[in-house]
Design a protein around this ligand. Structure first.
Ligand code: C5P
Length: 219
C-alpha cells in the first residue's frame, strides 16, 4: 500500500480498522495499538453508549430527537463495559448509528482522538471512509457470517446472555444489512483498504499479518 513517509513526521501514524460485528477488528485494533504504542478508540462503544443511555432514560431506539440529544451530551458516567456489550445494546447502537444527527454529534470527538500527535488506532464502520480518510493504513476486516455468529455467541454466553445461535444469526443479518445499506456512512472498504478475511485465520496470524503490512515486510 502506498503511504507517504512525511506523514510520520508531521503527525503520528493513524490506523483505521473497519469491519462488521465479530470480524475480529476490535481484537486486531487493541493488538496494533499495544504493538505500536498508540492510543486506541473503539468507536462502536460511542454508539453503544448512546443506545445504553436511551434504554436508561426509557426512550425507544427510533426516537431520533432523543438519540441526537443524548449523543450531543454523551454521558458515560456509571456505564461499565459489560453494560455496553449486550446484544440488545448492540442492536440499538446500529439503529441510532443510522441517524445522521447522531453521527454528526459524535464526529468531532472521533476526529480529535485521531488528531493525537502520537497517532491513533480507531476501529468502527466508517473510519477509513469518513472519520480518517487520511489514515496511513486502512484495514477492512471481515469473516463469513456463520463464523462471526459463533464467535459472538461465545462472547455473549460468557457474559451471561443466553441468546440462541438462531436468534443471534438473525440479529447479525439485520445489523449487517442496516450498517451496509444506510445512506450516511455505510460500512464499506475504500479503494485503498487492505481487506483481510479472518474466517480461517487465528487471531495471532491476523495480528502478525497486519503488523507485517505496516512494517512493510508483507505487502
Ligand atoms: O462495533 P460495534 O458492534 O460495537 O458497533 C455497534 C454499532 O455501532 C454497529 O452495528 C454500527 O451500527 C455502529 N457503528 C457505526 N460506526 C462506527 C462504529 C459503530 O455506525 N464507526
Amino acid at each position: 500500500m502506498e503511504r507517504i513517509f512525511v506523514s510520520y513526521i508531521d503527525r503520528g501514524m493513524i490506523i483505521a480498522i473497519d469491519g462488521p460485528l465479530a470480524s475480529g477488528k476490535g481484537t486486531l485494533a487493541r493488538a496494533l495499538a499495544a504493538h505500536f504504542s498508540l492510543p486506541h478508540l473503539d468507536t462502536g462503544s460511542l454508539y453503544r453508549a448512546v443506545a445504553h443511555n436511551m434504554m436508561r432514560e426509557g426512550y425507544k431506539f427510533n426516537n431520533t430527537a432523543a438519540a441526537a440529544d443524548i449523543a450531543r451530551h454523551l454521558n458515560i458516567n456509571g456505564i461499565i463495559d459489560a453494560d455496553l456489550r449486550t446484544a440488545e445494546v448492540g442492536a440499538g447502537a446500529s439503529v441510532v448509528a443510522a441517524m445522521p444527527e447522531v453521527r454528526k454529534a459524535l464526529f468531532d470527538f472521533q476526529r480529535k482522538f485521531a488528531a493525537n500527535p502520537k497517532g491513533a488506532v480507531l476501529d468502527g464502520r466508517d473510519i477509513g471512509t469518513v472519520i480518517c480518510p487520511d489514515a496511513d493504513f486502512k484495514f477492512f476486516i471481515t469473516a463469513r457470517p456463520e463464523i462471526r455468529a459463533e464467535r459472538r455467541l461465545k462472547e455473549l454466553h460468557a457474559a451471561g446472555d443466553n441468546i440462541t445461535l438462531e436468534e443471534l444469526t438473525k440479529q447479525i443479518e439485520e445489523r449487517d444489512y442496516r450498517d451496509a445499506n444506510r445512506a450516511d456512512a455505510p460500512l464499506k472498504p475504500t479503494e485503498t483498504s487492505i481487506i483481510l478475511d479472518t474466517s480461517d485465520m487465528g487471531i495471532d496470524e491476523v495480528i502478525q499479518k497486519a503488523v507485517g503490512i505496516i512494517d512493510g515486510t508483507n505487502k
